[in-house]
Design a protein around this ligand. Structure first.
Ligand code: ACM
Length: 255
């Protein structure tokens, strides 16, 4: 499977511009799977629940999910990306997986970071595993990485590939993802954004440096901290089925 990510700097509240940019870039991509950052369609820095509500969409059925599904169908690829979700007036920080056959599923971020707690409800869907053309995949969103049990839950449920949209403001996960991949023996596709965003005195600096990490902890592609970058690499998801470090240590049989 040729898997990848598109790192860029979404413009705050410019949904049309962000969706156009992603459509154009993915239109030229040669890949079976592309992961987009957290809140890739709207930007991140909400200053109120009202602002978030204006941007949030139904999943499935909203404009962003529909567009992602149309690209996925046309390009015969899987696409995962993060967006604010509106479920009958309740907002979630969610991610979506679509494929050549349309909408596949969604995940709602469990570990909300900082101000997100003011605007979004904690995810209530657990850590679902989805079938991605014969490969098992789960989604996590950004700060979920800080809680090892989140990725462990996905891996114990059979996920081979972790699709991980992020808007990282701390610099740790780019290296910590090696440990997460190793301890679960899964692939991680870490799709981060970069750039500075400011809204009503709230300022974030995002750390870029997206990457793909293998079950043996190898970083097979990585990006700079401050540039648009679409990267792909061939991965063999069947490698994530082997939880043996050696003849004596099967890491999922020791717990
Ligand atoms: C984060 O969870 N977006 C830092």
């Amino acid at each position: 499977m040729k898997a990848g990510y598109y790192q860029f700097a979404p413009s705050l509240f410019d949904k049309r511009g962000n969706l156009e940019k992603v459509s154009e870039k993915l239109g030229t991509a040669d890949a079976d799977l592309i992961v987009l950052p957290e809140f890739f369609n709207t930007g991140y820095t909400f200053s109120s629940a009202e602002e978030a509500a204006v941007q949030a969409e139904r999943i499935p059925g909203g404009e962003t999910t529909e567009l992602m599904a149309a690209i996925a169908r046309k390009k015969n690829m899987f696409i995962c990306g993060g967006l604010p979700e509106d479920d009958g007036g309740v907002l979630y920080n969610s991610s979506v997986l679509v494929g050549p056959g349309g909408y596949i599923g969604k995940y709602r971020k469990v570990h909300l970071f900082y101000n997100e707690k003011k605007y979004f409800k904690r995810g209530d869907l657990g850590y679902p595993v989805f079938d991605m053309g014969g490969t098992k995949a789960s989604m996590l969103i950004c700060f979920d990485w800080f809680f090892p049990e989140a990725m462990r839950s996905c891996a114990l449920s059979g996920a081979q590939v972790i699709l991980h949209p992020t808007n990282l403001v701390m610099p740790y996960y780019q290296s910590a993802s090696v440990t997460r991949a190793l301890e679960n023996r899964v692939f991680i596709i870490l799709s981060n954004r970069y750039g500075k965003e400011e809204n009503k005195g709230i300022v974030y600096n995002f750390t870029g440096a997206s990457r793909i990490v293998t079950p043996t902890g190898d970083i097979i592609v990585s990006s700079p901290a401050d540039k648009d970058d679409l990267r792909t690499a061939f991965i063999d998801p069947s490698l994530a089925l082997n939880k043996k470090l050696n003849e004596m240590n099967d890491i999922f049989k020791e717990i």
